[in-house]
Design a protein around this ligand. Structure first.
Ligand code: SF4
Length: 184
């Protein structure tokens, strides 16, 4: 729900209180990363070095921020865990300009990986397989604090059952499934 809340708090509210949204194309689309395992291992070896165990499509959970989800891949050695977010059909330029709501989800998953594997997460990899591109993003204090704040805001929204304000971006509203019940 972190991603939705950061994109528009009202979408998180509608989803949380069970206003049904049919699955979009991207929701239905499976990355099927077990078939890409060797490519991911190659990327890990080239960008992180050898000595990492690699797992794909990993379920993670954080009690601290109330997040449950599936991470595309995680590379683990004795010192750290490095989550990996894989994009299949994107350009390196688009990959680099990661949207804030997408970044927020990645950081929330980093916190969940840390809790699930009990390993420090200092960075994650944003990866495009075709064409090949890899960006490393540091998981610093400011990004963590941002997610803790969002998590508290979501908890408050749920506890109070109070509809949050609309996103100021009308561009988002134009393509939104909820616009008929949201904008009156
Ligand atoms: S219509 Fe706009 S404000 Fe309402 S939920 Fe959708 S994006 Fe958010």
């Amino acid at each position: 729900m972190v991603k939705e809340y950061v994109y528009c708090p009202r979408i998180a509210y509608f989803k949380m209180f069970s206003v049904y949204e049919p699955p979009t194309e991207s929701m239905q689309y499976s990355k099927n990363l077990t078939l890409k395992y060797n490519e991911i291992v190659e990327i890990v070896n080239q960008n992180l070095g050898s000595g990492y165990s690699v797992f794909v499509e990993v379920f993670v959970k954080s009690k601290k921020i109330g997040v449950v989800g599936k991470v595309d891949a995680v590379a683990i050695n004795s010192l750290e865990a490095v989550p990996i977010e894989v994009k299949l059909n994107t350009s390196p330029e688009k990959l680099k300009k990661i949207a804030l709501h997408h970044l927020a989800q990645c950081i929330a998953y980093c916190i969940a990986v840390e809790e699930t594997f009990k390993k420090q997460v200092n960075r994650f990899l944003l990866v495009s397989l075709e064409p090949r591109a890899v960006y490393e993003i540091k998981v610093g204090v400011a990004l963590r604090e941002f997610i803790y704040r969002i998590s508290k805001e979501i908890d408050k929204m749920i506890a109070e059952e109070k509809m949050p304000t609309q996103t100021p971006s009308k561009r988002k509203c134009a393509a939104c499934f909820y616009r008929k019940i949201c904008i009156r």
